[in-house]
Design a protein around this ligand. Sequence first.
Ligand SMILES: [Zn+2]
Length: 477
Amino acid sequence: MMLRHLIAEQVLLDGAFTPAHLEILAGEIVRIHRLSPGEGRRRAEIVKASDVGAGAGMTVVSPRHQVLPGNVDTHVHINEPGRTSWEGFATGTMAAALGGVTAVVDMPLNSIPPTVNVASLRIKQQAAAGQTYVDVGFWGGIIPGNTAALRPLWEAGVFGFKCFLLPSGVEEFPPVNAAQLREAMTEVASFDGLVIVHAEDAETIERATDLGGRRRRLSHYADWAQTRPHDAEVAAVSDLIEAMRETGCRTHILHLASARALDLIAEARAEGLPLTVETCPHYLCFDAEAIPDGAAEFKCCPPIRDAGNREALWDGLREGLIDAVVSDHSPSTVEEKHRGAPDLQQAWGGISGLQVGFSAVAHEARLRGIGIETVSAWMAKHTAQLAGLERKGSIALGKDADLVIYDPWQTHMVSAAGLAHKNPISAYDHFEITGAVVGAVLRGTPLYTAQDTTSPLAPVGGFLQGIGSPSLSVLGR
Ligand SMILES: [Zn+2]
């Protein structure tokens, strides 16, 4: 069933909640009627009586519930094909849908092959076809020697290009050195593309590991985090800003974990450099000292740091120095997570949290007096802008009718085994959250509703194309 009318007391329009009636046609929001409080009930009667309405395709949302734009998660590792046992398109996008994320952009690595040329992009799209529950787009990757593949990838519709400045964790996606980074940035700047960077400095981490005496065993999280210190992020961000000055390339810092880099970021912005920054739910929810020893489900790179740093990241968001919050969902099998246990050094570095990220951040934001309107900007509007997804990220005329129904009062405790992710291991296991996603709509098609929690979801997701592609429409409709 396609939704034709949605009437609700609380619809997020232009950053504020208001009673409204949305009219949807072919998946697009075609009319928005702002209503006075309570008017929705009467409006529902009118729509029901009209020829178009006749009851079908109409939803009246409970006055308790809020209608938000679908979240856009631009940092997700799906891992299929090649490491499908870690996560796949079906399970990953199902988790996204259930977590209120209606569009994901998949990272170029951890799948095999990595997305470093058009042929590998096609392999990924083939693997994804027909089994996605939300819309899916793809980042390309920069590795040594693939500069000539970047423009063709851009024209094939990737959203930008990821690179590492130190080993990525998988050998088929090697890092670039300073010269290779600049070569790639010069090329990407030539077509006004975007480079997205895992910003940790290899030498600083080498030095920190040597200073620590290469301990045989590091099971206390904060001790392990010392091997990937704040300075590694600060040094990498500093180098990146220099490379931006030299090449003029639009650049995005992935998963910022250290608030100590914020001053550099503020200066670069003041200088007018086209720099954007994201952080992740786990850096905003947890602190290193409180993580139980050997709990590899919290291992990620860069690491979670102390509580003071966590609050400084919240400040960075409030001040707008950090633009966006994305999951960096990077799961693996339980075996990979437990490798070398309780030593954290060998465990896979990546947190599984796609389904939980939005509600966890909303919960933590509320504890700090920050409203869901602001969280929605970080996780829907700004991420859509980052990727250039003009049809996504807000409830407005001409946008896709991608909607999330949110109950701000429903309380639940996360169970990793109960999430739709492929592997039942997550840092959010036993995390208590107030506020829950109870419904989602993708381009006018309800994926699930608060009233119907038993019907299976349908894989109605399509492919998203970046701004470099001649065809901007969603494929596969
Ligand atoms: Zn990542």
